[in-house]
Design a protein. Structure first.
Length: 753
């Protein structure tokens, strides 16, 4: 263009022709704009109109020249922010072009162009901070691995070595019979390595180390989850029920063979119509004093044992939970060792076994149904640690209260509610490792003229994967805390630990369910391929939310414990006690609710761990007091306590959720305090901040309703979550590599290093 003023139109021409198609509307808009400018001569108007002639579009070379001219200007003047400024720079006379800035803005609007976005698109990759963000590692990965493994590092290393062997190559057959036999062989290898009997007393061939047993369960979960459940049923539920509920005679008779897998067995508690309600089980164990036997019987179809692992194919014996009947008196649920098959695999008389068949997942586990028709067992087969029948045929127990005895018996089995959430945690780690590694390698889109960009550089992708990564680290330390409390428990703490275990089982398994769904979607079509393992992880962990107790039921158990603790502190939930509690809580909250605090948005405050914990504690206490107050009001109005709790059931879940979030945050913070390496501390501190703020963001409606924060603060928190995701992104791959999952277990082609 000879007339330099006409150069101002180059950005517009390039924009409308860059998609190779000028619409009639765009042509009409530009023509009207050009003709309306009185300062442009007729000759120049004709020239400009020739550049938007639909029948004679510009050549590829001309388009390339326009683009080159624009890029040179932007390279030399990087502070250009609008198309008008660009037009002025191209005309070589910034303030002397045919068109005013308001005219340009109106034209952009008529053409549907966003000026700032246009300028960004013209900038090359060299100027794009999104494109420039890349993977690095600002800390020693092995130090985080050592921190995560803790005192169990040696056993974890051993298990990883075993499951990395060639014989643990994944089973690809879709035939469940083949799959079940493969999983059984894997269990036998683990038993031969003395991993199954790790929790049993040394005198019966065991390792007498429950901490290592939990670590084994979690580490095996990096491999196939059918193996984990089969392992857990055999050595955990079956073996530990004998150890926890039986006495020396049972240990001597069974434990060594259970630990070596010579005696495969089951844990037969759940019935068709009674899952979580163990007290309501209908299977009976009637004592016959004449021949010193019990008769195990299934009174109706709905009382059959259902979904019992190891039952359909391999189980030879089972711990059966049944109501003890002596002289027509019901002494409640007790546990009995009952034969199912002989050593050749033949089902014994009176026992009927069914096969649950193909499931959504865990098809390497042979779940089945069991019914008993007047099956006689010797008196010694009663697991009699907490209750027994004496020589006179009378019921005896060291625990006089039926209720306390029942819960003491179930309390010995709380270990399952520690093993399952730790297994779920490992599955979340696997899914995140696959998704984050893939998103660091998978490239798509990119700045105009530049190469495609790793999708992990995109803010929304970071939002999808990095808060879940932070949550997974947080849950890891919370489960370490739960495990340690269980291992060092005292009688006085048991109810609280059981409630914490029930809640953490729910929190961890729900978290894993949601994380794996996000991982699947974040990997697009590749995440849908079975070879990349997210489908198996998703399907296998689905059941985690309902076995070992339905999560929603367990959360109510946790909430009832919190309300019970509340009662202990403030009498029988009297009005004065609640008022005092609310008043004490309000005194600490009042300073946090003042206008300055509720609107405080500076970075130092938003990233402050004390602010995070105070916010979590305030929510926990307020929701707890509110639920207690509401239940009391309903009971005072004449409602039965059972009905009152049912009315506020949704609030009970909130009580548990707030309590668990506080525990998780608190334990993450405490773990970080113990770290000496500053680089490791820095990255984990960022993860901690991301966990805290993303949870506050999730609950922002509650904080706004409560008046604890104002909108300006929750908006600032949202921005800070985005910034933390961006800051953590370079270390994301290193953070998942710190899980140290064996490559043979990870196995997903898209996660290959």
């Amino acid at each position: 263009m000879k007339n330099t003023k006409l150069q101002a139109f180059i950005p517009l021409f390039y924009l409308v022709w860059s998609d190779d198609h000028l619409t009639q509307k765009e042509f009409a808009t530009l023509k009207e704009f050009i003709v309306s400018k009185t300062g442009i001569s007729v000759e120049d108007q004709d020239f400009l109109l020739s550049k938007i002639d639909i029948s004679n579009p510009p050549s590829r070379n001309e388009l390339a020249q326009w683009k080159s001219d624009i890029e040179k200007i932007i390279q030399n003047k990087p502070f250009i922010k609008s198309v008008f400024e660009l037009a002025g720079a191209l005309s070589e006379k910034d303030s002397d072009i045919y068109v005013s800035e308001s005219d340009f803005l109106q034209l952009e609007n008529d053409l549907g162009i966003l000026g700032e976005e246009v300028i960004q698109n013209f900038k090359t990759k060299a100027n794009s901070f999104t494109a420039n963000s890349q993977t690095t590692s600002n800390f020693d990965i092995q130090k985080i691995t050592a921190l995560l493994d803790g005192r169990e590092a040696a056993i974890i290393k051993k298990v990883k070595s075993v499951i990395s062997r060639p014989e643990f190559a994944y089973e690809t057959s879709t035939d469940i019979h083949v799959f079940r036999e493969t999983v059984y062989k894997w269990c036998k290898i683990l038993a031969d390595e003395n991993l199954g009997n790790m929790a049993y007393p040394k005198q019966y061939g065991g390792g007498e180390n429950i901490a290592d047993y939990f670590a084994i369960m979690e580490t095996l979960s990096y491999h196939d989850l059918s193996l984990v459940i089969k392992f857990g049923v055999q050595f955990g539920l079956w073996g530990m029920s004998v150890q926890s509920l039986g006495t020396e005679k049972h240990y001597a008779k069974y434990l060594k063979d259970i630990g070596s897998l010579k005696l495969p067995g089951c844990f037969a508690m759940t019935e068709t119509h009674h899952g979580s309600n163990v007290k309501g089980l209908e299977t009976t164990a009637t004592y016959n004093h004449n021949d010193q036997t019990f008769t195990i019987h299934t009174p109706n179809k709905n009382a059959q044992k259902e979904y019992i692992g190891n039952a359909a194919v391999h189980g030879q014996m089972a711990t059966v939970f049944a109501k003890l009947i002596i002289d027509d008196h019901d002494y409640g649920v007790n546990a009995f060792v009952v034969p199912l098959r002989d050593s050749n695999g033949k089902v014994v008389d009176g026992v009927t076994i069914g096969d649950c068949g193909h499931k959504m997942g865990l098809n390497g586990v042979d779940n089945g149904t069991i019914s008993f028709d007047q099956v006689k067992i010797p008196k010694e087969n009663m697991l009699d640690r907490f209750a027994s029948v004496n020589e006179k045929g009378e019921f005896e127990s060291p625990i006089p209260s039926d209720n306390r005895r029942f819960f003491t018996m179930l309390g010995t089995l709380v270990g399952g509610r520690i093993g399952i959430p730790r297994s779920a945690l490992a599955a979340a780690k696997s899914g995140l490792t696959i998704a984050i590694r893939y998103s660091d390698q998978r490239r798509q889109f990119g700045p105009e003229g530049g190469a495609e960009v790793p999708i992990l550089n995109y803010r929304m992708h970071q939002r999808r994967l990095l808060p879940p990564l932070a949550k997974t680290y947080a849950v890891h330390f919370a489960l370490q805390y739960l495990t340690n409390r269980f291992l060092n428990k005292t009688e006085a703490e048991m109810q609280e630990i059981e409630a914490l275990a029930a809640g953490m089982k729910s929190y961890s398994t729900w978290s894993t369910r949601d994380i794996l769904q996000e991982c699947r979607e974040a990997c697009g079509g590749k995440g849908y391929l079975s070879e990349n393992r997210i489908d198996a992880l998703k399907n296998d962990t689905e059941i985690y939310t309902t076995f070992e107790g339905d999560n929603t039921v367990l959360m109510q158990l946790t909430a009832k414990n919190r309300l019970s603790e509340f009662r202990k502190s403030f009498g029988e939930m009297g009005s004065l006690g609640i008022i005092n509690y609310v008043y004490e809580n309000a005194k600490t909250a009042i300073s946090e609710k003042n206008p300055i605090a509720t609107r405080k948005t500076d970075e130092e405050h938003l990233l402050d761990g004390e602010f995070h914990l105070q916010a979590f504690v305030h929510r926990e206490k307020t929701i707890l007091a509110s639920a207690a107050r509401r239940i009391k009001k309903l009971v005072d109005s004449g409602l039965e306590p059972y009905d009152a709790v049912n009315v506020v059931q949704h609030q009970m879940i909130d009580v548990s959720q707030a309590y668990l979030e506080r525990v998780v945050l608190e334990q993450f913070q405490k773990a970080i305090e113990t770290i000496e390496d500053q680089q490791v501390k820095n990255i984990l501190q960022k993860l901690n901040q991301l966990y805290a703020l993303s949870q506050i963001e999730k609950n922002k409606a509650w904080y706004l309703e409560d008046g604890y924060m104002e909108a300006v603060k929750t908006k600032a928190i949202r921005k800070m979550v985005n910034q933390l995701c961006w800051d953590i992104r370079p270390d994301a791959v290193a953070l998942v590599n710190a899980f140290d999952i064996p490559e043979s277990c990870l196995a997903a082609p898209i996660a290959a290093l």
